[in-house]
Design a protein around this ligand. Sequence first.
Ligand code: FAD
Length: 507
Amino acid sequence: MSPSTCSHTLQTAQKPICSHDVKTIVATARRDGHALYPISKGHNWGYGSRSAVGQDNSIVDLSGMNSIRNADAISLDHPVAVIEPGVTQGQLHAFLCERCPALTFNVTGAGNETSLIGCALDRGVGYFGPRREDLFGLEIVTGTGEVLKTGFRRLGEDSPLAHLHPDGLGPILDGLFFQGNFGIVTSACLRLRPRRPREVAVSLSLHEREDLGELINRLARLKRDGLLTSVTHIGNRARNHSTLTYGIARYLETACGQSPAQALAESEKVLNLIAPNEWASLAAVTGNHGQVRAALREIRQRIGKLARVRVVTDRLLDVGFLVAHALRFLPFARANAAAIDAMRPLHRLALGTPTDLPIQNLMWQYGHPNLNVKEFDSSHCGVLFISPALPLNGAMVMDVAANMERIAEEHGHRLYTTLNIETATSLVAVTNLLFDRSEAEQTDRAYRCADALLTYIHECGLSPYRARVDMMDKIVSPDDPYWQTVRKLKQVFDPDNIIAPGRYNLL
Ligand SMILES: Cc1cc2nc3c(=O)[nH]c(=O)nc-3n(C[C@H](O)[C@H](O)[C@H](O)COP(=O)(O)OP(=O)(O)OC[C@H]3O[C@@H](n4cnc5c(N)ncnc54)[C@H](O)[C@@H]3O)c2cc1C
């Protein structure tokens, strides 16, 4: 089976272990006129995994470049990690737990094995905000083979400013390398975040689905007022149930001795008990004790009538689990123990601890024999993301979400949607289709559905915020002055068009 949700065949991989190797690879590619496709870990699941946009690209697999270059310098007073592309979420999390537990970073729901640099370069979204905002001071081997350092890293690694002043002096070039194909990033500075004295997760369960627009408008005001600092993730029922089912069934099987069939049947009941509504959200509220108390008071006042507001701490979950688990011979207690066991990793995710659970859940749903996330690309689970950016306007979000749902239903699909409120004025509707990749009919239908959804998004005057490799030709246009300018920049940084041809650029 192909290594991704897209259709290109497996390309050969080169595995550099240092920036110098990358320079050599680029020089050779220029000389021989062959194209390169850089990956950090290649887990761009749902957007193309390791697949390039065009055929016959040679993969530059940077996963072996995985050092935290300034490991000894990182502290609460120096909250910046200089990382290489192969550094994963799991690796950085383990490093910080051991060496500097007072710091954390902006985690995503894509599990321990995914990279920080690759995800940020494709403008991924974490629980604390867009990953683009975390990365600066890039070191890049451009398509000309030159090494470019942005910000004040250009002053040299020994400069006191090198890793601490994100913008440097003069035009800020960093933006060109996010969703760009001008070079291969070989290291970058990553902003770390101090842990706050009080960190809680807040979950909201919307009583009436018709109130989604109003909920979004109220959350938007909370965001603009500075009371919600993290990204609020509002998931639809399909998404929330899908993410929780595996954890619930696992508990029922392992802790209650149920058969897989019994556990599956009972997990349906548990889900209807704990997540009965169409829309439910999760966000982190962090600060000092007074700040968190004030924010929670405002959230309850402004949202309390629309949604059930629950404030969740690790301690609350731990105590609740202990009690429910002890009484698991009672159906209600068992349901709660199973629910808490499934939700615990997701609440921790909102507060900065990566988890493989969302990926394992998909592998489990598609009957993969083991749940090693490194094997996700060889599982039968097909994922296609079609994720529009939207203004933070409740009525419009509801309208677009309903029409996308209708289009999916016309193709025999349900949509898995998370509305991520990531800025004070916009959100991204991270939306995916799931299908069995071993079934040709299902695969074709999923791609047709994804195309129809993209056409609809364009008809609304909107755009995806991030593109799958197989849809690049549908998002760039030779008639658009914007993309013409991006292509001209390619002449400057990569005149032979050897780096990821066609990725967020005209071919
Ligand atoms: C269940 C599920 C949950 C997910 N949750 C999230 C989420 O919460 N947030 C999110 O953002 N994504 C999410 N994803 C999508 C995706 O899996 C992640 O974004 C993942 O981090 C991307 O893989 P990677 O880090 O290995 O990047 P890669 O696959 O290595 O790279 C991503 C892109 O950047 C380019 N690139 C990578 N490294 C370099 C480099 N050094 N120089 C130049 N270009 C480079 C690659 O060519 C590729 O196009 C999810 C996917 C699934 C299936």
